[in-house]
Design a protein around this ligand. Structure first.
Ligand SMILES: C[S@@+](CC[C@H](N)C(=O)[O-])C[C@H]1O[C@@H](n2cnc3c(N)ncnc32)[C@H](O)[C@@H]1O
Length: 907
């Protein structure tokens, strides 16, 4: 509350100060909702201009161009995900069907879309038009529609051009263990995963990606973003990156248990490189924003060096123009690690990309003065008897050592060079293990220590120690990102006799340099936009967020320690009456992942592997999955006697990671893909209570040999629209429990929708339970859509059109959310239009409706025709639609027309 009060005051102050400029188009810019005219942002900030002129980030003579560019909208950029045939087809479609129209019809009013020449494979595009243009213009709106739809299914990613750079420069290979230290909202994680899955479709990646973010709430964004990739090789962790767990081997000479081939540090920063897309930053920007972020950035970067393998690569990036957040951090990392890290020259690795070299000199700004080096700070303190009024640390300055470093190898991206945002990126390689390294600039810190001993600083320190947080710090357990020494030394660095050792702070332990007798420095957390510093995410918030991940299982399935044992492989006998068929099985056993105890991380469920579980064998048999041993891949988050509601699939590499992390160092709210859902089902005796989850289909589809029904495209369209379609009454239902039929009330017979003979033949051998409906291969070819054999097992967009279903006695029920169904339907329609296939005509083969006298049973009690949503809950809307019969669905006119056409086709 307090925060918003101050925010409000500042805004009012800003408004008064700039009132006369408010409508001046030269210095104001419209915000997102242009229509209402209220959202104008000031695009002036004298301090900004003064600061960056002094820092010399822009070459002489280009200042005006720099400022003008910053005041214009950022062009729209996106990239086509993945590669191979599907990406090629999509690109062809985009260029031939959509872009060519824009070039032809709007050549006078807007620049034609073009490729980002530096992006590999020419798969990224830039559109020099605003979002409003895209939405309002009827021709351009086609691009908008295309982008929206394809972005949702994961075939394209809307991403700022400069933000595509760090993953590209990280050079991820399918066998790499990758850590994205500050990952939310996840645009770069998506790219990393895509690179991980870029190998052969038949060879799934042997590496994995860990996406970490300290902010639990923001992990939600991460989940949403990367859902589009469908990767069993992804793990989400939530740790302060500056203290990322680094489990040590038992003996010194052993290899580290967990180190990474690639680490991305896209650290929190002041974000002034994003002024073009976030103009609200203009009014709140101050020259010392960067100073507050520097320390955290440094600690995260040093931790990245620590967890990196020798020979591994690390990318440090920010969307800030400020050298204190950029070159100063890289320089201090290099100082501290001696020769263990090498700054790589990657300026030629993306031909066509215009970059500027990193700065060699810069200054540090306090509230009211500039300092060119640390000595100037000390001189000021001696003269005035008080220190700088904002955070100024010795690590922020260039010095003789940094002069000798090849800092020009860092890449700066200025907005006017490539019509992008501002960005900074540095690529480092670990060439030797970090140990005790020389730190010749120790003098700086000595001076800082002297300063702390000075009377004024003492006073400052005392006043700080009076704050409740600091008095608690000595006995506070887990370190927060605010743990730092007053000298600004990263807490992971220990200084002894002029030498610095980079030692890792274990999770849950205060860092080695956080000593109780030392006064603590100012908090140096950085935030990006509205990002809350992790230390501010309080316990309740964390717990609330935690409940979103995995705790659903817990709620549904009950909790408690399995067998009351801790550690080791705990085997539990199934006990008690079960509401579903599970209870009928004997000798059910749970094998629990050793040491993954529930409760180590509050708010995050434990992880339980399902080795040799009878349930795994059941699903394996039911779906004919022979080529993969599911027991080596399946996990659940539920610790209960009951069958878990959700079963997740993890790659072999992630499974190995779980074994490495036997001590539960990592806090993993999310991992793997949801593969099976327990179906809501009241009748006992059906062969398998688990249905396939849509999310897991792209991965498991190539391995399923049973329960797959191939549909004609028009039936597929109908199924996607209706989501629950009736089957002929006389169609055999192989898995339906004997003697249960008498309980069903078949109701008044109605025309079935699904009556294609070839489909019905397949359904005769499809058992009651989970199944997959797929587009027939020959039609996928005709429509230019991916085939099942071409599925990459990664990107949803590359997956054939397939939906997870539940086969009931008299109906097929789609278990996918309606919006997702509509996106699939739209893709089919587009393909049909391209292939010149009329939508309303029916497949040949004849309807069996007339032959068999099939029926629909409105008003059943859910046993014959159960209409359920994708969570297995009853879908009342769908049931109602069924009562209304064929005409009772959304698109009444379209439906009626189709039925008419269908009749005439049959005739
Ligand atoms: C610049 S954003 C990252 C953007 C992201 N890499 C992407 O491409 O979408 C910085 C992120 O760092 C997170 N963060 C802030 N402090 C952190 C810390 N100490 N450890 C880990 N993450 C942190 C913030 O929650 C924020 O999501």
């Amino acid at each position: 509350m307090g925060k918003s009060k101050w925010k409000g005051r500042n805004q009012r102050k800003d408004f008064k100060a700039k009132r006369e400029d408010w409508w001046d188009p030269k210095i104001t810019r419209r915000g997102k909702n242009e229509a209402d005219g209220w959202s104008k942002h000031t695009v002036e900030n004298e301090m900004f201009e003064e600061y960056y002129k002094e820092q010399g980030i822009v070459p002489e003579g280009q200042w005006d161009l720099f400022m003008t560019t910053l005041r214009t909208d950022l062009p729209i950029t996106f990239r086509i995900n993945g590669k191979g045939k599907f990406a090629e087809t999509l690109q062809k479609r985009l260029e031939e069907d959509i872009f060519s129209k824009v070039k032809e019809l709007r050549k006078d009013t807007c620049k034609p879309p073009h490729k980002l020449e530096w992006y590999p494979g020419g798969l990224a595009y830039r559109l020099d038009m605003s979002r409003n243009d895209l939405r309002k213009d009827p021709v351009l709106s086609q691009i908008h529609e295309f982008m929206k739809r394809e972005n949702d299914v994961g075939s394209i990613s809307r991403q700022e051009a400069v933000s595509m750079l760090p993953p590209l420069l990280l050079d991820v290979q399918p066998h790499h263990k990758v850590l994205d230290m500050c990952a939310a909202p996840g645009s770069k994680t998506f790219q990393l995963l895509e690179m991980l899955h870029a190998g052969e479709p038949t060879a799934p990646p042997t590496g994995f990606v860990i996406a970490n973010d300290a902010d639990f709430q923001r992990c939600n964004l991460l989940v949403h973003q990367i859902k589009r990739v469908c990767s069993p090789a992804l793990v989400i962790t939530t740790h302060d990156a500056a203290h990322y767990p680094y489990p040590k081997p038992r003996r010194r000479e052993q290899q580290p248990l967990l180190d990474f081939d690639r680490v991305l540090c896209d650290v929190p920063c002041s974000g002034d490189g994003t002024l073009r897309k976030a103009p609200d930053i203009w009014s709140r920007w101050t020259p010392y924003d960067g100073n507050g972020n520097h320390n955290l950035q440094l600690r995260i970067a040093l931790r990245a060096c620590k967890v990196l393998k020798v020979g591994g690569r690390m990318v440090y990036s920010t969307c800030s123009l400020n050298p204190v957040e950029n070159e100063a951090v890289v320089a201090d990392v290099l100082r501290r690690v001696g020769g263990c890290m090498e700054l790589l020259d990657v300026s030629d690795s993306l031909p066509g990309l215009k970059t500027r070299p990193g700065l060699k000199t810069w200054k540090v700004r306090d509230k009211d003065r500039w300092y060119s080096d640390w000595k100037a700070v000390e001189a000021f303190e001696n003269e005035m008897g008080k220190g700088p009024s904002t955070i100024v640390d010795p690590t922020m300055f260039p010095d003789a050592l940094s002069d000798a470093m090849p800092l020009e190898r860092c890449l700066r991206l200025l907005p006017f060079d490539g019509d992008t945002g501002g960005f900074f990126v540095a690529v480092l390689k670990k060439v030797a293990p970090l140990g005790v390294v020389d730190y010749p600039t120790i003098e700086h810190r000595k001076s800082k220590k002297d300063k702390r001993n000075a009377p004024v600083s003492q006073h400052k320190a005392e006043s700080r120690s009076a704050k409740p947080n600091d008095t608690m710090r000595a006995d506070r357990g887990p370190p927060s990102s605010k743990d730092t020494t007053a000298a600004g030394v990263p807490s992971s660095v220990e200084v002894r006799d002029g030498e610095v050792s980079c030692t890792e702070a274990e999770p849950g332990q205060p860092s080695s340099t956080t000593r109780a007798e030392e006064p603590k420095g100012e908090p140096a957390d950085g935030t990006c936009g509205d990002v809350k510093p992790p230390a501010l995410v309080d316990k309740e918030e964390r717990e609330a967020a935690g409940s979103q991940y995995g705790s659903v299982d817990q709620a549904a399935d009950g909790g408690g320690e399995i067998g009351g044992k801790k550690g080791g492989n705990v085997v539990m006998e199934e006990a008690g009456a079960q509401p579903i068929a599970v209870a009928e099985k004997e000798g059910a056993q749970w094998v629990r992942s050793p040491n993954h105890k529930q409760g180590k991380w509050p708010g995050v469920d434990g992880i339980f592997t399902m080795d040799d579980h009878w349930m795994v064998k059941q699903v394996q048999q039911f779906y004919g999955i022979d080529a993969v041993d599911l027991s080596a891949h399946l996990i659940t988050r539920a610790n209960s006697n009951d069958a878990p509601r959700k079963i997740y699939f993890v790659s072999k590499a992630v499974r190995d990671l779980l074994d490495v992390d036997a001590e539960n160092f990592l806090r993993m709210p999310v991992l793997g893909l949801k593969m099976f859902d327990r179906h809501y089902q009241t009748s006992t005796g059906i062969p398998c209570v688990y249905r396939l989850s849509q999310e897991g289909l792209p991965v498991i589809l190539p391995h399923i040999t049973k329960q797959v029904v191939h549909l004609h495209v028009r039936d597929m369209l109908r199924v996607l629209e209706e989501r629950s379609v009736p089957l002929p009454r006389d169609l055999p239902d192989p898995g339906f429990p004997e003697g249960k039929e008498a309980e069903l009330n078949f109701g008044t017979p109605k025309s079935p929708i699904l009556d294609d003979q070839a489909t019905l033949e397949q359904l005769k051998v499809t058992q009651h339970g989970g199944c997959v409906l797929m587009l027939r291969d020959e039609q996928a070819v005709a429509l230019g859509l991916p085939l099942s054999s071409e599925a990459k097992g990664g990107l949803t967009a590359n997956c054939p059109v397939a939906v997870a279903c539940w086969r009931d006695r008299l109906s097929l029920n789609v278990m996918v959310k309606k919006p997702e169904c509509l996106v699939f339907a739209e893709r089919l329609r587009e393909g049909m239009a391209r292939a010149g296939m009329p939508e309303a005509s029916r497949p040949t083969g004849g309807s069996s409706a007339e032959k068999s006298g099939c029926g629909l049973e409105p008003g059943t009690d859910g046993k014959g025709v159960t209409c359920m949503d994708e969570d297995g809950a009853e879908d009342v809307g769908a049931k109602k639609r069924e009562h209304e019969g064929l005409e009772g669905t959304g698109d009444r006119v379209g439906r009626a027309e189709r039925e008419k056409k269908l009749k005439s086709d049959h005739e």
